[in-house]
Design a protein around this ligand. Structure first.
Ligand SMILES: C[S@@+](CC[C@H](N)C(=O)[O-])C[C@H]1O[C@@H](n2cnc3c(N)ncnc32)[C@H](O)[C@@H]1O
Length: 241
């Protein structure tokens, strides 16, 4: 049962931890360089999920405070000496203290971004979109999902250019100078991994029942016509130097 109503609880959190491609080293290298992070810095990862950003960043900075409202997501995060995992949300930011940088990976669309940019005590932000949702990049995947759920699949999850424009405008209004940059790579999913990644984007109440999941996976395999899918991923980052 979801504790937050956000949809990242229970089995979905497990699928997220196991099947979401995180951020490969070139993305982390570019992020560290753009933000000018050093081994002395303390970073807030807001909406940290199961640690896709916090874990690789923790090897490059002094400490990461990783905050997420969903305890089930945090339950899948690894224990690391310099990462503190804490239940909380963007509403708690004023009480969290001052940070050398605040990073938000694939989660700003859940937050009040204007308030966050005004309230966070930092000079450096990085707002990161990890590619585009699978149903937006591949018409066959969209068709399988739309047939399964019987409704259009349109959610952009903050990755579209309109959302990015709003985020950049709000950063400017809060006195920052945002810059957009990208890193592209590809990620090969087996069909099982592709299904797992799609399950990680569902909510526990829409997730196919365990005995229906093999049928969903088979439908995906037939529609894709292959045993794997190579996802072209462009990570888009808006950062403030
Ligand atoms: C799509 S996941 C992103 C996880 C990870 N940062 C990544 O880059 O893959 C979105 C996360 O945002 C969290 N979230 C939702 N609302 C939030 C809020 N108001 N404040 C902070 N995090 C929130 C969710 O619980 C979820 O773990």
């Amino acid at each position: 049962m979801s504790t937050t109503g956000l949809g990242f609880s229970g089995e979905v959190a497990g699928y997220y931890a196991k099947f979401r491609p995180g951020y490969p080293p070139p993305v982390i290298d570019a992020l560290v360089a753009e933000l000018g992070l050093t081994g002395d810095d303390v970073v807030l990862d807001l909406g940290c999920g199961t640690g896709q950003l916090a874990v690789p960043l923790s090897a490059r900075v002094r400490r990461v405070l990783a905050v997420d409202p969903e305890p089930d997501m945090l339950a899948h995060a690894p224990k690391l000496p310099n990462v503190e995992w804490r239940v909380g949300s963007d509403a708690d930011v004023p009480e969290l203290g001052r940070f050398d940088a605040v990073v938000v990976g694939q989660a700003l669309h859940w937050m009040d971004h204007e308030r966050l940019f005004r309230q966070a005590r930092t000079r450096k932000f990085a707002i990161i979109a990890n590619g585009t949702p699978l149903w937006r990049q591949h018409p066959t995947i969209r068709r399988v999902l739309e047939e399964w759920f019987g409704k259009p699949m349109t959610a952009g999850c903050g990755t579209d250019s309109e959302a990015r424009r709003r985020y950049a405008d709000a950063l400017r209004e809060a006195g920052h100078e945002p810059r957009e940059w990208t890193v592209s790579y590809s990620h090969e999913h087996t069909i099982e991994e592709l299904a797992g990644s799609l399950f990680s984007a569902m909510s526990p109440d829409t997730l196919p029942k365990p005995d229906e999941r093999p049928r969903f996976q088979e439908r995906l395999r037939e529609a894709i016509g292959n045993d794997s899918y190579v996802e072209p991923i462009t990570v888009v980052v808006i950062s403030t130097p």
